[in-house]
Design a protein around this ligand. Structure first.
Ligand code: ADP
Ligand code: MG
Length: 183
């Protein structure tokens, strides 16, 4: 039998209460989200893998992961090549909570403030969150440029070809194909 000292009992009890409250708020509902991961500084593969590991440590279950691909930098071309991947996760976090976790993981992996589209140790973006459409100052979902970027669509269509973009109403295979046809 596990005997709990009062201090340990309190901690365990509080944790159970907290989980119960969170489940109560979200109704215990799990959401499927897709996250884009990229790095073009330092040990790029290790940075991406560390980010996935830290997400799992935060209780976010990683259901699928794409392969890692080397891609050309976007926007500011005068920087080194990126490694990109996409993952499918299941979580009871709200989109805002998920964004806060991603920001914290970026910092923990070592990201410092960078210019938009500049070099970065790691970049974590929410691409899709269930079929939600959000436009606020700090968060746009689906990610506003995802359908224009092959470094996003390449790995995303690899793990979720039939996933439908909730605004464009096209699946990832179709979006990826129209992007490659444009060239
Ligand atoms: P980028 O990814 O465009 O290169 P940053 O990673 O520096 O730029 O992110 C800039 C801001 O973009 C973040 O502080 C965040 O508030 C905002 N943002 C808006 N929508 C999203 C999203 N879907 N996923 C991640 N960040 C987002
Ligand atoms: Mg970002």
């Amino acid at each position: 039998m596990l005997l709990l000292t009062p201090a340990r009992y309190d901690k365990a009890h509080l944790q159970t209460l907290r989980e119960g409250i969170i489940k109560g708020i979200s109704g215990g509902r799990l959401y499927t989200a897709y996250i884009g991961i990229g790095s073009n500084l330092g040990d790029r593969k290790k940075n991406c893998e560390r980010a996935v590991e830290l997400l799992q440590q935060q209780g976010i279950s990683v259901r699928k992961r794409s392969s890692l691909r080397e891609t050309q930098p976007w926007g500011n071309k005068n920087q080194s090549l990126f490694l990109n991947m996409a993952i499918e996760v299941e979580t009871d976090c709200t989109p805002r909570e998920l964004l806060a976790i991603l920001r914290e993981i970026e910092t923990r992996v070592g990201r410092r403030k960078t210019s938009p589209w500049g070099p970065r140790i790691v970049d974590l973006d929410i691409l899709i969150y269930n079929d939600m459409v959000i436009k606020s100052r700090e968060l746009t979902i689906p990610h506003p440029f995802m359908h224009e970027r092959d470094f996003v669509l390449q790995p995303l269509h690899e793990i979720a070809p039939d996933l439908v973009h909730p605004v464009l109403k096209k699946n990832m295979r179709e979006l990826f194909e129209s992007l490659t046809e444009e060239r």
